[in-house]
Design a protein around this ligand. Sequence first.
Ligand SMILES: [Ca+2]
Length: 438
Amino acid sequence: MIKLTYSHLENSLIQYQIIAYHTTNSWLHYFNSTRISSLSPYVYFKLLAGYDNQTRFLSKMSFKLKLYRLVELLFIQLLLYVLNVSIDAADCSFNGCYDSQRRPRPCISSPVNMAYKRNISVTNTCGRPASGFCELGPGQQCFECDANSTTKRHPPEYMVDNKEFNNPYSVQTVTWWQSQTWWETNNLGLTSRFNPLKVNITLSFGRTFHISGGITVRFYNERPRALFLEKSKDFGKTWITLQYFAFKCPDYFNMPGVAAVLTNYPFNVTCTEDYSGQYPPRYGKVEYRFDARYEPGCGYFDQDMQNFMLATNVRIRLVYPPTDGLENMFQDEHILNKYYYAISDIVITGRCNCNGHAKYCTGPVMEETCECEHDTMGDDCEMCKPLFNNRPWMPANASHANECQGSISIIKFFPCFSELLLRYINLANSIRIIIENI
Ligand SMILES: [Ca+2]
């Protein structure tokens, strides 16, 4: 049995439908009114001949087309009129992949905290062996980090456990990752007087995301004197720097300190002093905002921005810990065990990259897949379904869904039908023909 289902014009009020079933003995017409707007005129071809009698079939079809010639001409006139006047302006609300009249439109999934329970690897963590550390500020207290203790350990996953989300920074519930102190790493030969501990924190998302919101790193102790953020969009093969952050940009990165976001140069790699300094002594943040770099709504689909937001990994490179400026004056334990990195949580707001063809991205963390619409398929909806290659695959943009369209291999089955269909397709290449073999 071969089923032809419906054809449809993007961005116009006209839809029409051609549906027929072929069984071994006869053609039965089938009409699914739920797919056609009550406002939409349609052209309907009733197929009567048996497919196993090719001569008779062609004869019947030819006859039918002659009868409908007048309807066809009227339809084309109306079609041209509607196409000229009914192209919708992009509203950029991205609320679903189809509108109420089943017209495709660009769509995106809801934003999530991409960092939550992701794979995270860190090049240095305290607690093996257990060791002491002290607070930096006045009235400092000292504690112990011990990887074997449930209450004194500070493993990397504590940065992505979202414990602080519902109960922000309650002393009872806060969890944090912590590095070894400068004192420990000096004793291990990893660092020296003018060469402090550097730590890389790498988050792997397991698929491509768009970081549509931002990256926020919340520190449990004072913020580092210097760090920078990087992202990869090829699973860690190559990296680009997003921004440098320093207490004094010229001192640490030989760059001038500028505002965190330069609106005229949104993709420039700069150094900012906006997120540094010894205060606050706890829960200070370092932040990189992607959403401050594009216009709300339609700007999300800007081609340069889409490419810029793309990420499979984010890396935080801590290059100089928070200090009180005494690290080069005194080199004893009581000074150097105050210098280390500690992060309570990382929040990265973004969406699966589904190329504008999915409203939902579902599945376990690290295994999410796009629920592809617009007759696309693939992990990122990056290809057309079989038989939907009437034109090359394209990502959606702010104003067009760029949905995949059915193959015109219908000609193979209905040679006498093809002239009429091709005429419509030439009129508006957004006509969609779905062919299913069932
Ligand atoms: Ca935490």
